[in-house]
Design a protein around this ligand. Sequence first.
Ligand SMILES: *[C@@H]1O[C@H](CO)[C@@H](O)[C@H](O)[C@H]1NC(C)=O
Length: 186
Amino acid sequence: MRWNVLLVAVCFLANFLLATKAQKCVVPESQFQGFDITQYARKWFEVKRIPNEAEKYFKCEFDEYSKTPQGVKVVGRAYNTSTNSYETLEGVIAATTTNTFTIKNPGEGIWSNTYTVLGTDYATYSVVTGCLDTIDKLLVWIAADGPELSPAAEQTVKKILEIYNLDWSDFESVSWTNCPEPPSNK
Ligand SMILES: *[C@@H]1O[C@H](CO)[C@@H](O)[C@H](O)[C@H]1NC(C)=O
């Protein structure tokens, strides 16, 4: 009898540990609706992010979404301050929903992913979230049409973050000082 109790307790504990591990990064249900990738196609400067290992050395980070006859492509660049060179990632938008988009970067692991849009005005700000395979916590990126959010955009972004209980102070600013000239797109 006592062994049964112990077995149940062990199973319960194991389930609990598995569940908490699996639930470390959970993308919130976005209230944003009607995401339009063609309107979104522009150069987005990353201005704030939740600090994370994958972007640890990155400054001067931006993504250029552009319309092509084959669909929307995306070229991401970031200056790696550890190697003093730009990292480049080229991909395509493989799918979208009313508030998500999926990027496929051929031959690349972690950034080929589905991202959830928490808000954008397609012009001055964008708030995107997602979970990366190698990182347990929820990541959020705030992008703008230049190296800084305008005061109006910052107010709007803060209101969006509040909906999801995301704290402004959990974000780090992406440095845009002394950015070397990035390579040009093919
Ligand atoms: C940046 O450079 C460092 C040092 O070479 C390297 O370990 C790291 O992987 C690079 N960052 C990325 C994400 O490519």
